[in-house]
Design a protein around this ligand. Structure first.
Ligand code: NAD
Length: 259
């Protein structure tokens, strides 16, 4: 499957890994519907790449069924107005948060433990939001004509985390374990429609999220001894899109670091 001439949804496309994935897809001749709650950042991406390559319908919360549905429909209308031959073939889901907002309190000594409200907030965005986008994109893609002799129609790529696989941070780690865990069941469910599902579990990457708490530094990889670069994440995304045998798996991208 190729990027060239196809439309992808990228969530979290206004910052960090999603921003780089958006750039890389456009550089390869693709078109991107950016979904991000940060409308300013999403609009800046559209200005920088041009509305023939990137589209944003404003602030889109991945946890809202209505907002995601409208963003997909508006984005498809936008691109198909210029070229009827353009099809949505995939989603790269990069939206996410590590910590709940400070307004939601923890419990226990100094409120340091994870309260149900905090847990629910993080799981809702990271896990339910990812599934909301995956399901709605799959629902569109399954009606496409097959793209090749294999009968392939598209791909869903999610972003888990090393911390989800290694069991670190109750809210975040559980949400990312859920994202990793849905990869194979979803790949099985969508296999009859020629839709592949893959997940990437990064270690620390050099994005605003990795520096979310002032004074708290994420560890570097074992080798190379540094943070991952967003381009190393997007290179893997492009490879997954192009390699049809990659399906139903979670790939660690962490320089041998363990959480
Ligand atoms: N950077 C890392 O070290 C690292 C490591 C492992 C996993 N990840 C995962 O990679 C993904 C991308 O992270 P990043 O490092 O690029 O972070 P980032 O903070 O730079 O980007 C995340 C984007 O998600 C958007 N977002 C947050 N909540 C949203 C919502 N409800 N609806 C729509 N958009 C929303 C934000 O506005 C932001 O643009 C996240 O899922 C994160 O958990 C990152």
């Amino acid at each position: 499957m190729h990027v060239q001439g196809h439309i992808f949804v990228v969530t979290g496309g206004a910052s960090g890994l999603g921003q780089q994935v958006t750039k890389s897809i456009i550089e390869q001749g693709g078109h991107v519907i950016i979904m991000d709650i940060n409308s300013t950042g999403a609009n800046e991406m559209v200005e920088s790449f041009g509305s023939d390559k990137a589209y944003s319908s404003g602030s889109v919360d991945v946890t809202s069924e209505e907002q995601v549905k409208d963003a997909i429909q508006n984005g498809l209308c936008h691109f198909k107005n210029n070229n009827e031959e353009l099809f949505l073939v995939g989603a790269v889901i990069c939206s996410g948060i590590v910590w709940p907002p400070q307004s939601i309190e923890g419990y226990g000594p100094n409120n340091q433990l994870t309260s149900y409200s905090q847990f629910k907030h993080v799981v809702t965005i990271n896990l339910l939001g990812s599934y909301n986008v995956a399901q709605q994109v799959a629902q569109v893609i399954m009606n496409n004509k097959p793209l090749n002799q294999d009968g392939e129609r598209g791909i869903i790529i999610t972003t888990s985390s090393m911390l989800g696989l290694d069991g670190t941070l109750v809210g975040y780690g559980t949400s990312k374990a859920g994202v990793a865990g849905m990869t194979l069941p979803l790949a099985r469910e969508l296999s009859n429609f020629g839709i592949r599902v893959m997940s990437i579990a990064p270690g620390p990457f050099d994005t605003p999220l990795a520096r979310a708490i002032p004074g708290v530094e994420a560890p570097v990889s074992l080798f190379p001894k540094r943070y991952g670069q967003p381009s190393e994440f997007s290179d893997l995304v492009l490879h997954i899109i192009n390699n049809s045998m990659l399906n139903g798996s979670v790939i660690r991208l962490d320089g041998a670091l363990r959480g």
